[in-house]
Design a protein around this ligand. Structure first.
Ligand code: BYC
Length: 332
């Protein structure tokens, strides 16, 4: 119901594959990178467009919750850092749109699908950022979860996506640290500041766990995407890794993860933790989260208000092309 385009149920066994499909799968299994003009199964191309498009949209929509605090940052230094971070997110969106365009989809098509609601962006950006401490929680938890997911994607099978991830991950780790630095300052500040930091952790913990996607049993795309190395880990594997790394960081801050069931499991060598509310997750990705309307509204408005600029660029490019054509004719 909430999934679109490509379903893992349709996965083919090696016997069902055409010779091209088998040869393609063997290349992926050997760890070779697939490059834009090479043959690829239609499902591989569509899955990549879906995932990379959603990823690009997440970076762009993801500027909004933090953009909300640029004018209200507590110091000039914090403002400059936040501004740079939000600009980085725009850059990530642009690399990813360019990488997706190598698969034969245009940026305009991707934008149209975002604005019409046909394509998704990460659920996390449908939650509000209510206090300055949220800038800490977003950097620490949201960028932290993003890195956990994106580091393995540096080894993804599609060349342009893999190369975009290498650059993006470098910047994301700076983002995560700046978030943690804000949390540290707040947690070591006045009792009121510490309370703000705790409140931000309370509100962002479960939405951050949701970023990794539904539990493996409900993840319709994982099996096929992992066979194609479009995805390198399951949603639950990465969620567990995130919890294991983040809980000690919360302890260091002197903050409490809002999960009474959280407990180190000696036997598993991992933390046991409570799952997020999956009904809430599916509502958010259906468009019914606290800020879905506001976020999409802001993106649609920016697109409409930027029409004059795109028209100007197109007119200029057409004139330049006409001038070049005329001077070529004159030279012949
Ligand atoms: N939000 O079969 P599944 C950032 C959808 S931004 C919304 O497990 P898949 C940052 C899923 O699309 C980082 N929808 O799917 C920026 C599918 O529906 P459709 C963003 C979600 O694709 C600014 C259905 O649920 N990172 O770093 O195998 C400031 C079934 O799921 C979500 C990426 O995009 C979700 N959280 O796995 C700060 C990473 N989860 O499409 C930070 C790249 C699932 O069939 N993406 N759905 O209608 C991925 O790794 C994978 O796409 C996912 C989901 C793990 C997210």
């Amino acid at each position: 119901m909430y999934a679109q385009m490509v379903k893992s149920e349709g996965m083919k066994s090696p016997e069902e594959m055409s010779p091209e499909e088998r040869a393609f799968q063997e290349r992926v299994d050997r760890g070779e990178k697939i490059e834009p003009k090479e043959w690829m199964p239609e499902g591989y191309r569509k899955t990549l467009i879906r995932q990379m498009g959603q990823h690009a949209h997440s970076e762009i929509v993801g500027q909004l919750p933090e953009g909300n605090w640029i004018t209200r940052a507590p110091t000039l230094e914090r403002k400059a850092i936040l501004l740079a971070k939000v600009q980085d997110e725009a850059g990530h969106g642009l690399y990813l749109y360019s990488a997706a365009e190598t698969l034969g989809v245009s940026r305009d098509e991707l934008m149209e699908k975002l604005h019409s609601g046909a394509m998704k962006y990460s659920s996390i950006f449908n939650y509000p950022t209510l206090t300055w401490a949220d800038m800490g929680a977003v950097g620490w938890l949201v960028d932290g979860a993003a890195i956990m997911n994106q580091v393995p994607l540096q080894r993804t099978s599609y060349g342009p996506y893999s190369r975009a991830m290498i650059r993006i991950c470098k910047e994301e780790s700076f983002h995560q640290r700046q978030g943690y630095a804000i949390m540290m300052k707040m947690a070591q500040g006045t009792p009121e500041q510490k309370e703000m930091a705790q409140d931000a952790l309370n509100r962002f913990w479960y939405p951050s766990l949701m970023m990794f996607g539904p539990s493996d049993k409900d993840s319709v795309h994982s099996a096929q995407s992992m066979a194609w190395k479009i995805k390198m880990n399951t949603n639950d594997e990465l969620r567990q890794k995130f919890v294991d790394e983040t809980v000690p960081q919360a302890k260091y801050l002197g903050l409490t993860v809002p999960d009474e069931t959280l407990k180190w499991n000696e036997e598993r060598g991992h933390y046991d933790f409570a799952e997020p509310d999956w009904d809430e997750f599916f509502e958010v990705i259906k468009g019914n989260g606290p800020c879905n309307e506001e976020r999409l509204g802001a993106r649609r408005e920016a697109w409409d208000k930027g029409a004059w600029f795109r028209d100007g660029l197109t007119a200029y490019a057409e004139k330049a092309a006409a001038r070049r054509a005329a001077s070529n004719v004159a030279a012949e």
